[in-house]
Design a protein around this ligand. Structure first.
Ligand SMILES: Nc1ncnc2c1ncn2[C@@H]1O[C@H](COP(=O)(O)OP(=O)(O)OP(=O)(O)O)[C@@H](O)[C@H]1O
Ligand SMILES: Nc1ncnc2c1ncn2[C@@H]1O[C@H](COP(=O)(O)OP(=O)(O)OP(=O)(O)O)[C@@H](O)[C@H]1O
Ligand SMILES: [Mg+2]
Ligand SMILES: [Mg+2]
Lengths: 256, 256
């Protein structure tokens, strides 16, 4: 049955989408079956996989708010083994609509139940906030993967994120744990990056992955072609980092 | 009476806080009286100005939810002429609490009324979402300043942001207009940056500022010292860009 992983951090632009998409691609290339759920109204994960949100009829919005079976929303991507539940801009209205629904924090967990047997991993790409969409991701998840940009301001919000994770674990989802912390956009030329790495390793000694994702322009170019880094520039430093992260992730999740 | 400017873009990490803080600093240095309202529970603007959110008793949360007069929340900063209404993590709970309040979109506009005569500019630093905190910023504002990172994914959300701006203008705040679009984190070495600049200039021919903010590590270091770029590294490329932006901003706002 699938391991569900939420990619969450309320700090914006830290690499949640880039990590969910590219880690997913390398896991698929290694033969794992991965479903990526785009839970951000910006639909960046959807676009990054080459799918135009404007052409989508059934997205996560219909699944959460209209109880359309998730199987009807699942879209295949260019990458065999990496499927997508797309997001559209309609999702922006979902949080307000969800406020009044019964068991509003569990809507995603209930929606995923019918497809847990089909996948090895289900990744949920959350928006940059700790609202109901992110809480749904944390409630549905076994573990949360926290991308942390190698910047000072990215450190600030970590204790609040941890507080929210503990709240969800205590009130909604007792199995929730930190599956991992990934350092992103590392720039070896700056002291700041080195300081942030040391700080994050001290804060999360067990959870921080050894693999660090460097700042690499190819990673920000790939979405404009609707491709993962594995298709766009498999030899670049960014691709190699995500390949290494995928190996480390599988070793951690599936036992040595 | 003060011109109120909201710094908004639901895409995360595009430079909203960095622009509000540093543009504010240069306007204060030019003799303008500026109030910066930190409307993001991450309290990055608060930290960037050297103020520890944990030591704050009256923040924007008390002003919005408990109707504490905003004068009691205003904090002086190191920079004469740049005052702050700080945010604390309590603000994270505000959006849910605001949902049920009367005239919930106008809470900030009402709160600012008593201090409009004291300032030339009031800047509101919004979180990376289009929820009630951002809608309050847009409802209180005369204009919205949109930072756009020179990245492909940053282009994706612009039409949704425009849609929300138009909705607020039609339903809540008829004077709302786009005060300007600022291109941030420009990296001259990449084609992507040049393409995004061309695209944004085509999308917003009148509104895009000539000044482009380069990617510059000093800008991301300054917040770790609680300083604006003007105090931390006034000679660096980032500081010079914000100084030029401030001149362009004043020319546009105050007439040639
Ligand atoms: N390692 C990297 N090197 C260079 N650019 C990167 C890297 N990782 C991500 N980017 C770029 O940085 C920007 C932010 O990354 P991304 O959108 O993945 O972050 P996010 O946390 O999902 O953002 P949001 O908070 O808006 O959801 C994007 O334009 C992306 O292409
Ligand atoms: N021109 C720049 N050059 C280099 N780094 C920058 C620049 N502008 C901002 N940064 C850094 O990039 C990160 C994102 O910037 P910032 O926090 O201002 O964006 P934001 O839009 O306010 O983010 P959020 O969506 O989380 O509120 C921060 O770590 C900041 O220090
Ligand atoms: Mg994202
Ligand atoms: Mg910010």
């Amino acid at each position: 049955t699938a391991t569900v992983i939420a990619f969450a951090n309320q700090k914006g632009g830290v690499g949640k989408t880039t990590t969910a998409v590219n880690l997913g691609a390398y896991l698929a290339a290694a033969g794992r079956k991965v479903l990526l759920v785009d839970s951000d109204p910006q639909s960046n994960a959807t676009t990054s996989l080459g799918i135009d949100p404007r052409g989508i009829y059934v997205s996560l919005y219909e699944v959460l708010i209209e109880q359309v079976p998730i199987q009807e929303a699942i879209t295949l991507t260019d990458r065999v083994g990496l499927d997508l539940v797309p997001a559209t801009v309609d999702l922006a209205g979902a949080e307000v609509e969800m406020t009044g629904l019964m068991a509003r924090e569990r809507l995603l967990a209930r929606a995923l139940a019918p497809v847990l047997e089909r996948y090895d991993y289900i990744f949920v790409d959350d928006p940059p906030s700790l609202g109901l969409l992110t809480v749904n991701g944390l409630t549905a998840a076994h573990g949360v993967l926290i991308p942390v940009q190698c910047e000072y301001l990215a450190l600030e919000g970590l204790s609040h994120l941890l507080h929210t994770i503990h709240q969800v674990r205590d009130m909604l989802n007792p199995r929730l744990h930190i599956a991992g912390v990934v350092l992103t956009m590392f720039d070896a030329r700056t002291n700041l990056s080195q300081q942030v790495v040391a700080e994050v390793r001290r804060f999360f000694p067990q959870e921080t992955f050894q693999t660090i994702i460097p700042r690499n322009v190819r990673l920000s170019e790939a979405p404009s072609y609707g491709q993962t880094i594995l298709s766009y520039a498999p030899g670049c430093a960014g691709a190699q980092a995500y390949a290494a992260l995928a190996r480390e992730f599988m070793a951690r999740m599936e036992g040595q």
